[in-house]
Design a protein around this ligand. Sequence first.
Ligand SMILES: C[S@@+](CC[C@H](N)C(=O)[O-])C[C@H]1O[C@@H](n2cnc3c(N)ncnc32)[C@H](O)[C@@H]1O
Ligand SMILES: [Zn+2]
Length: 286
Amino acid sequence: MKDTRLSKIQDILRCPKCHGKLETDSTESSLTCQSDRSHSYPIIDGIPSFVKREEVSPDDAYWVFDYDETAEEYDEGVKLYDEWLGVDLMKEFKKAIEDVPVKHSSRVLDMSTGTGNIIFGLRELHQETDCIFVGVDLSIGMLRVAQRKFLEAQITVPLLHTQVMQLPFDDNSFDVLTHSGGINTFSDIPATLKEWVRVLKPDGFLWIGDEGISPALRKTRRGAEIMNKNKLFGLQPPLRHLPPKLKNINLRWLARDTFYKITCQKLSEEELREVQPLKVWFNAEM
Ligand SMILES: C[S@@+](CC[C@H](N)C(=O)[O-])C[C@H]1O[C@@H](n2cnc3c(N)ncnc32)[C@H](O)[C@@H]1O
Ligand SMILES: [Zn+2]
């Protein structure tokens, strides 16, 4: 693999269908599964694509293809939220990611990276580290904008076009996983979170933020107006969908109580060993 972006993650790339190892062809135009060569994925302008349009569920397609159309205006569009809610969302999110533990040589996966804003925020906070940031999204339009921004900033970030609930990575690959702004509308939130925890290393850190107003704001006229204008703000944080392999679960609100933030950690190797036999026993009894 000569593409410096992909070579950064060559060791953890896996076929999303069967988890076989993936290799690039000599022209670097596709990735092929070494376990089943009929599993082949095109690389378009440096971005491997693991999903075809017709494979996307109607619920996900409803949201994602809109982003394809509006990707160029996305960063400016965020400011409309600012005016309406009386906040500075970019500033709020930059502050809200200060607790993400990005260390030397960490591998950080930004899920639904969009135009790459979370990665830019984390890079700014951790300029001294040599960690690897990876961005994935289902909107190729958003990924193209992110790619251009990273090129302009001379940052090497592998970007992949993929579903969030069927990731092309090996188990236990990332030290940190971040996600902002998409989970509320994902078609299958429990399956998606299970997949995220699969690719997270033991003790790895998970950070999630999306629209959703606090219980206090819910009781006010302002809260009612916000929920009335945009139903996404009435949604509850997806705590009940978090898989059992997590610990230190923390819920906070930001941006004047209009967005939630969940942080947690995957169990340690030792803790996971304790969870595992129980599950086997449980399955055997069923
Ligand atoms: C509001 S934007 C947030 C972008 C970025 N995380 C940020 O905070 O600026 C939501 C992003 O989620 C992506 N998205 C929505 N549904 C998705 C899905 N099912 N799989 C992958 N990405 C998805 C969209 O394409 C879009 O880029
Ligand atoms: Zn395969």
